[in-house]
Design a protein around this ligand. Structure first.
Ligand code: ATP
Length: 222
């Protein structure tokens, strides 16, 4: 599903944020990406989203070198990827329903079909009963679940998350990870950047460990 071939990324000057990354993630896998702050986790995810391009090597997703995508193809490419952020980035003046519906509105999905999908996504994260609420009326854990519903409403084949539990207490963090496992179980490929080693070690998935932009360990779950 995802192949990194000798990938390097420099931001201006000589500073190498990522160096010689070589790994692949199979379709249907769930992988944690870990490492210290500044190790390059977000940069790696941004390469997969094609928000950045590698300065060396190639990133292939579903067989395509994504650096070669034409600008007009990029929105279609991104549609197959759901993204969850640490600070969920919800629109505060819109209801939960409309936050989750946003990616479908942008695509011009017909309202009745959109409503069906929004409710299915909210149901999966256990928040169907809060569809009329505003984000501010929800707890931090619930807001993050809305962020996940919005990420999966397009039924992406790939789900990426950057520190999705960064602001949550241990129990809520475990609940959020369990949700990602649910989506993985139905076939979605999942890549999660997290520095919460205590949590992700317990979950027993493959772990890619970055240090100063290099891949220093690739451990299959025991
Ligand atoms: N747009 C940018 N321009 C210049 N340098 C950048 C840019 N984005 C990231 N970097 C640098 O690249 C390195 C890797 O950053 P990155 O955000 O990928 O790490 P990270 O592991 O996600 O860290 P954190 O957990 O703190 O977000 C850091 O030294 C960072 O300062």
């Amino acid at each position: 599903m995802i192949v990194f071939e000798h990938v390097g990324k420099r931001y201006g000057g000589r500073f190498e944020a990522l160096a010689n990354l070589d790994f692949r993630v199979r379709r249907g896998e769930m992988v944690f990406l870990t490492g210290h702050s500044g190790a390059g986790k977000s940069s790696l995810l941004r390469l997969i989203m094609r928000l950045e391009r590698p300065t060396r090597g190639r990133v292939l997703v579903a067989g395509h070198d994504i650096a070669r995508l034409h600008a007009s193809q990029v929105p279609f490419y991104r549609r197959q990827i759901g993204v969850v952020f640490q600070d969920h980035q919800l629109l505060l003046d819109r209801s939960i329903y409309h936050n989750v519906a946003l990616p479908l509105e942008i695509r011009g999905v017909e309202p009745r079909e959109a409503a069906r999908r929004v409710r299915a996504a909210l149901d999966k994260v256990g928040l169907l009963h809060r569809e009329k609420a505003l984000p501010i009326e929800l707890s931090g854990g619930e807001q993050q679940r809305v962020g996940i519903a919005r990420a999966v409403v397009n039924k992406p084949s790939l789900l990426l998350a950057d520190e999705p539990t960064g602001n949550l207490d241990p129990q809520l963090s475990a609940d959020i990870m369990a949700l990602f496992e649910d989506f993985n179980r139905i076939g979605t490929t999942v890549v999660i950047a997290s520095h919460d080693l205590a949590l992700i070690t317990r979950l027993r998935h493959r772990m890619l460990r970055l240090r100063d932009g290099r891949l220093v360990a690739d451990e299959e779950a025991a």
